[in-house]
Design a protein around this ligand. Structure first.
Ligand code: FMN
Length: 295
């Protein structure tokens, strides 16, 4: 089986311990849980999305297992600025803070709180279930460009996480690139819902939410592939990854590194397992693999 040579990875303006990152919102609410994921072998961690004000999130049920994945409508619960305290444990570690806001200036304010305390900022312009935030802004290329520019102009490496719930993800990727993004992250969850036949009601408290896990992997591969052809900045692949083969497939589509979410909720040792299967001292350099499916 194809293996990669191990070692540090440069992606989106920062250095990571390997190609595998924890995705935003998965176990990323405390410094202790992020530290644990790093000690389990993640090459970097993305925090829960932090916003300008504390939110409690949507009423439950917020997280429901479905075939091939999870349906969630958490509603961006977060402690806002107080999250800074959680980062003390993680000084010098490969931490990326995920942030959200309702306008370019809110994005700039929240990013400013974390300046010098994290390696990069990831803009959540993609959550499908938070009115006025996330995908509400992230499906408008003008707003994506403005939010990206408002953060990137400070000089912090700025990753922009995109929603697949748009007609043409390439247009949104190009807008982020024009705004000065250092990397694109694709994808956040796919807007979805289920209805309980017994109760005759939607299963999620918020009615609609986002689908993640195995079922979204082909959607994520397609988005990464399209972005690789449309943009020149690095792409971080995310969505349904749970094995070394999935990582290689994402890289062949064009991903420089990957984020893993739902598979970590099933099994925190996923990083150790993928690393064992992915790396070997006599493996190939990753740059011969990234984007090779386009040749
Ligand atoms: C319970 C849960 C909470 C999430 N919270 C966030 C979040 O706070 N910010 C964000 O950008 N994405 C969030 N996501 C999306 C994930 O980071 C990821 O983009 C998505 O789940 C697809 O990857 P996966 O299939 O590996 O989980 C969340 C996903 C889940 C399942």
């Amino acid at each position: 089986m194809l293996k990669l040579v191990p070692g540090p990875v440069e992606a989106g303006g920062i250095s990571l311990n390997n190609h595998l990152l924890l995705a935003a919102g998965i176990l990323g609410t405390t410094g202790a849980s992020l530290s644990r994921v790093l000690s389990e072998g993640a090459g970097g961690v993305v925090t829960k999305s932090i916003g300008p004000l504390p939110f409690e999130g949507h009423p439950g049920p917020c997280l429901v297992p479905v075939e091939g994945g999870l349906l969630n409508a958490m509603g961006l619960p977060n402690p806002s600025m107080e999250f800074l305290d959680e980062l003390m444990l993680l000084a010098g570690k490969p931490v990326i803070v995920s942030i959200f806001g309702g306008s370019p200036s809110e994005f700039a304010t929240v990013a400013g709180w974390f300046s010098g305390k994290v390696r990069a900022v990831e803009l959540n312009l993609s959550c499908p279930h938070a009115a006025g935030y996330g995908a509400s802004l992230g499906s408008d290329p003008v707003l994506v460009e403005e939010c990206t520019r408002a953060v990137a102009r400070s000089g912090v490496p700025t990753w922009v996480k995109l929603t697949p719930n748009v007609t043409d993800i390439r247009e949104i990727g190009r807008a982020a690139e024009r705004g000065g993004a250092s990397a694109l992250v694709a994808i956040n969850t796919v807007k979805a819902m289920r209805i309980s036949v017994g109760l005759r009601r939607p299963v999620l408290g918020n009615r609609m939410g986002g689908l993640s896990g195995r079922a979204v992997f082909p959607v994520a591969v397609r988005c990464v592939y399209e972005l690789y052809e449309a943009c020149s900045i690095p792409i971080i692949g995310c969505g349904g990854i749970s094995s070394a083969d999935d990582v290689l497939e994402m890289m062949m589509a064009g991903a420089t590194a990957v984020e893993i979410g739902t598979a970590v909720m099933d099994d925190i040792s996923v990083f150790t397992r993928i690393k064992r299967d992915l790396y070997s001292p006599d493996g190939e350099p990753a740059d011969t693999i990234v984007g090779c499916a386009h040749d």
